[in-house]
Design a protein around this ligand. Structure first.
Ligand code: ATP
Length: 490
């Protein structure tokens, strides 16, 4: 990351704290690493992103329904899903600094260093080699690669590394107070992904909502991972929220559905008005053994292009595993006619294409995309500056700020009438203190797209000044048109 990028990232983090978006968790006790709390504007923005996703899935697609599964699940779930045995990252420790690194992060950082030095070919070679060795889980050669490129620890500066080992990322806790001879009997995990709550409810949902394949189940909720390298603000957290959708399809059709969802999900991002140049796909070379195809949607964060969402074609792996471990059939009877046989497709375990996005990561994406330190040239040629969040109106925490110019002469009364008229429809903010310019700046900083000022002229002709956040343009319009103007933007 360049110094300039690092600076922007730090500015966003400070801004998020100063304006009530994101606070470090339990800050009065010096915080808890990689855990964060959302403040008054943060919680609104987060909810709006979640709602926007939820609506796009469950309302805009007739064949997708939602569930809300518990965080705790029967521990066998995680045996069946492979998380107990395989949900781990290869890690390496520097013996001098005692600092632990994720092997892929360590090598990627080296590749970036090479890229910055103009050695792009060498960087690509290193990354390709890494992907190949990670796919083969060949840790001996991976370690040799670290040695070959003389990769060193950023703290100790040495290349005195331990062997590479796997670390499981699931949090464990004890369940109930029943004494047992086997301590493992009481162990439950905090779910590391929401998807398994969908898989184990596949038949409950299919039967009760009378769904016909192809159909999807959507869910949003907390997930927990004991990330070893947990830095970078809310990009990588130990407690975070996912928005996942599992789409169940007839075997043999997964290729076309994978393609469909890959495109559909990027369209969702672009529907927020974010520039397509800031996005790219990253197709996976290293596939999980059950996966048929997988890609990430990456966004150009201030920390570089990084994954915000994954689209995975998971075959029938999960349902088959649950069938095996639970000894309960996870099949669907498809009575559509197969044209090749002239008979119904019959019973099968459906294939799954999933879309999985981190809500917190999407939140960071929105903040990063919105944040601007803008220099304004005034009419007299002098300059001024403002910090503004260009958050899309649809998801902005506050849509309208209502600002009486003075705290007297009946202006607050008119303003409060407007507030009463609008607040059942969208989030408003009312403020009568401070100079108007200062109030505008505060609204810019939290990303409020519209400010309305009520002044003495309002009393005469029922017009108000509306100010647009992005252009800072102001115009006089009828007081009675405000509500509809904003509703049109939503
Ligand atoms: P990464 O490679 O960044 O660790 P992943 O490939 O393990 O991510 P998935 O298991 O595919 O991620 O999870 C789906 C989505 O959940 C990710 O695209 C990301 O947006 C989000 N996510 C995963 N881990 C975290 C985390 N620790 N903090 C915040 N969001 C996360």
């Amino acid at each position: 990351m360049s110094i300039q990028q690092e600076n922007i990232f730090q500015q966003i983090i400070s801004h998020a704290k100063e304006y009530g978006f994101v606070f470090p968790s339990s800050e009065i006790y010096d915080g808890l690493s990689a855990v964060y709390d959302y403040g008054p504007y943060g919680v609104e923005l987060k909810k709006n992103i979640r709602d926007y996703w939820w609506k796009s899935m469950t309302q805009m697609h007739e064949n997708i329904v939602g569930i809300d599964a518990a965080i705790f699940m029967h521990p066998t779930t995680w045996k069946a899903s492979g998380h107990v045995d395989n949900f781990s990252d290869p890690m390496i420790d520097n013996k001098d600094s005692k600092k632990r690194y994720r092997v892929d992060h360590l090598i990627e950082a080296k590749a970036e260093e090479l890229n910055n030095a103009g050695k792009n070919e060498e960087a690509n070679h290193l990354l390709n080699k890494m992907e190949e060795l990670l796919a083969a889980e060949n840790f001996t050669e991976l370690k040799a690669l670290i040695d070959e490129y003389k990769i060193s620890c950023s703290i100790s500066g040495t290349s005195n590394w331990t062997d590479i080992r796997q670390f499981n990322l699931m949090f464990k806790t004890e369940f109930g107070a029943v004494a047992s001879d086997n301590p493992d009997d009481n162990i439950v995990y905090l779910r590391p992904e929401t998807a398994q709550g969908i898989f184990v409810n596949f038949l409950n949902v299919q039967k009760t909502a009378r769904m016909k394949i192809p159909f999807g189940i959507a869910q949003t909720g907390k997930a927990f991972r004991n990330e070893i390298v947990a830095r970078q603000f809310i990009f990588r957290m130990r407690e975070f929220e996912q928005m996942e959708m599992q789409f169940f399809v007839r075997p043999g059709t997964e290729g076309e559905w994978y393609k469909f969802w890959k495109e559909e999900r990027l369209k969702w991002h672009l529907s927020l008005g974010i520039s397509p140049e800031k996005y790219r796909y990253h197709d996976h070379v290293k596939l999980a053994h059950y996966a048929k195809e997988a890609c990430d949607i990456e966004f150009n964060f201030p920390i570089g292009f990084k994954e915000v969402e994954g689209i995975h074609s998971r075959s029938d792996f999960d349902l088959t595993q649950h069938q095996l471990y639970s000894k309960k059939k996870q099949q669907y009877f498809d009575n559509d006619i197969d044209p090749t046989t002239g008979k119904p497709y019959g019973n099968y375990v459906p294939y799954v294409v999933e879309t999985s996005i981190g809500l917190d990561r999407m939140f960071l994406l929105v903040l990063s995309n919105a944040f601007e330190e803008e220099v304004i040239t005034k009419e007299d040629g002098t300059t001024d500056s403002r910090t503004v969040l260009h958050i899309p109106t649809k998801i902005a925490p506050v849509k309208l700020a209502i600002l009486p110019l003075l705290k007297k002469d009946g202006l607050p009364e008119i303003a409060k009438q407007l507030l009463d008229e609008c607040k059942p429809y969208f989030k408003c903010f009312y403020e009568e203190k401070d100079a108007i310019g200062k109030r505008y700046r505060r609204q810019d900083a939290i990303g409020t797209p519209f400010c309305v000022t009520i002044d003495h002229q309002t009393k005469e002709d029922n017009t108000v000044t509306i100010r647009y956040r992005d252009s800072m343009k102001q115009e006089r319009i009828a007081l009675s048109s405000i509500k509809q103007l904003i509703l049109n933007e939503l």
